[in-house]
Design a protein around this ligand. Structure first.
Ligand SMILES: *Cc1c(COP(=O)(O)O)cnc(C)c1O
Length: 371
């Protein structure tokens, strides 16, 4: 057990985060990508699992390159990882006025358009050269130099001569669908620019594209969700280890019979005698309201259905099939028998949203000691 802070023992739900599984997942992806190296994406509070425990675990597993979305997140990563040899980049780009924060906290920006490139070059001219990444938009239409700007940079590489372009990168739009035609198109567009824009290391693949094959690996992969147990591919079994378990305590059990209804809006109609168990977790904890009448959980090894609507702080399950269940018993809301992707499918969303919505009211227990 580590010393990372956890919530109070009396919290109605317990979120257990297995740091050994997290480290295993990073090594698995790093092995898969070898001889390419593996970075780690730890944005959004380490995909909801806690920045400090996540990054210290990954650093002990061997990771030396981290990415966040925002500058504020990167500063938190740097506080947890003061080792100056560990590199931390900010994916969302260099906003005007933020330049000085990068040397101050030993971070590097990802430059997402030509104005950012020119601004970093000017900053380096004034304050000394510092490495940055340059991101090309190869088909996402989101952040990164659009094709025309990438051409302009390739035609005039002097624009980045004043600093080291340490990472030349791009991001895939459809890599979780291995047969999508955009996968090869984006890789080809990126590969065509690799020899034309000076840089030290090229990187394209996040979790999903790591599994498309070595042609997507370049020098570094940059996985996020798979580290945390998310499935990298919608069409194959998930090779990753589950990292989180979420258990809710039964607060109350009621015997019910027709014509009773359960919850707001009388959202569930009782049809025969049975038992309803209430758990103290709700949409305020990121247990999404779209799970109303859709989710399942596991109680004493039996899969039981959520009935009625998800309320802010409570959910109800039909536990008629588990006659020996009693108040205080733990129900597995997420875990090895019911993964983040299983729950995401029931909610009509993706595992990423389940992870990054995990509530602040859960007691958190970190198990597994970073070596
Ligand atoms: C979030 C993100 C990643 C990680 O993606 P996963 O699908 O979670 O592996 C990698 N690169 C960029 C640019 C991202 O925004």
């Amino acid at each position: 057990m580590t010393s990372f802070p956890s919530g109070p023992a009396y919290a109605p739900a317990l979120l257990t985060i297995d740091l050994d599984a997290l480290a295993w997942n990073w090594r698995f992806l790093a092995d898969k990508a070898a001889p390419a190296k593996s970075a780690a994406v730890v944005k959004a509070n380490g995909y909801g699992l806690g920045t400090a425990p996540v990054v210290t675990t990954l650093a002990s597993a061997g990771c030396r390159l981290f990415f966040t979305a925002h500058l504020s997140e990167a500063i938190k990563v740097r506080e947890a990882l003061p080792d100056p040899d560990i590199e931390i980049g900010v994916l969302n780009g260099l906003m005007t006025g933020e330049e000085q924060a990068y040397p101050e906290h030993n971070l590097f920006p990802v430059l997402n358009d030509l104005s950012q490139v020119d601004r970093w070059a000017a900053f380096c001219a004034a304050h000394g050269p510092r490495a940055a990444a340059v991101q090309l938009d190869s088909g996402m239409t989101r952040v990164g130099l659009p094709a025309g700007e990438a051409e302009a940079l390739a035609a005039d590489p002097g624009r980045i001569a004043g600093f080291e372009c340490r990472y030349l990168m791009s991001h895939m739009a459809c890599a979780d669908e291995p047969d999508h035609p955009l996968n090869a198109r984006q890789r080809d567009r990126f590969a065509a620019m690799v020899p034309r824009i000076p840089h030290s290391h090229a990187m394209l693949a996040a979790s999903s594209a790591t599994f498309l094959g070595p042609a997507w690996h370049f020098d570094y992969i940059r996985p996020g969700v798979a580290l945390y147990g998310g499935r990298p591919n919608t069409q194959a079994p998930n090779p990753m280890r589950q990292v989180i378990t979420l258990e809710g305590k039964i607060l109350q059990i009621q015997d019910v019979d027709a014509p009773q209804t359960v919850g707001y809006g009388a959202g569930h109609q009782v049809e025969k005698p049975g038992r309803i168990a209430t758990i103290g977790v709700g949409y305020a904890d990121g247990y999404l309201r779209s799970l109303s009448n859709k989710a399942t959980a596991v109680l004493h090894g039996v899969t039981v259905p959520l009935v009625g609507r998800v309320s802010m702080d409570l959910i109800t399950f039909d536990i008629t099939a588990v006659p020996d269940a009693k108040v205080g018993d733990a129900m597995e809301l997420i875990g090895p028998s019911h993964t983040i992707d299983d729950l995401a499918d029931q909610a009509g969303t993706i595992g990423y949203e389940i992870l990054t919505s995990l509530g602040a009211r859960y007691a958190r227990r970190y198990v597994g000691v970073p070596q």
